[in-house]
Design a protein. Structure first.
Length: 98
């Protein structure tokens, strides 16, 4: 098993405050994408971070050793639409209260 902290970076720093209706729909699809992975046990936790420099999202992943995280995160509807991206940071291990 491998573990990752993924930082979801939206298209612009003020994105959460200035989303268009179309971007809001994409964000709903983004949430559904992560919730699906949460239900499958691939994502352990996820949520928005209120950073004064600009909001972003955090997700913790636990995946099989052969899983390609770049390929997995590239399926996020916000990434597919363009502009948003993930910073993928490997973790040595992950402990949870599960």
């Amino acid at each position: 098993m491998k573990y990752y902290l993924c930082k979801f970076l939206p298209p612009r720093a003020d994105f959460l405050a200035t989303m268009t209706p179309a971007e809001l729909e994409l964000m709903k699809a983004h949430g559904a994408f992560l919730n699906d992975l949460l239900g499958k046990g691939v994502v352990v936790a996820h949520g928005p971070v209120d950073d004064p420099a600009g909001g972003w999202g955090l997700s913790l992943y636990q995946v099989g050793d052969d899983e390609d995280m770049q390929a997995l995160t590239s399926q996020d509807p916000m990434v597919v639409a363009g502009g948003a991206r993930y910073e993928i940071l490997p973790m040595r291990h992950l402990r949870s209260a599960g």
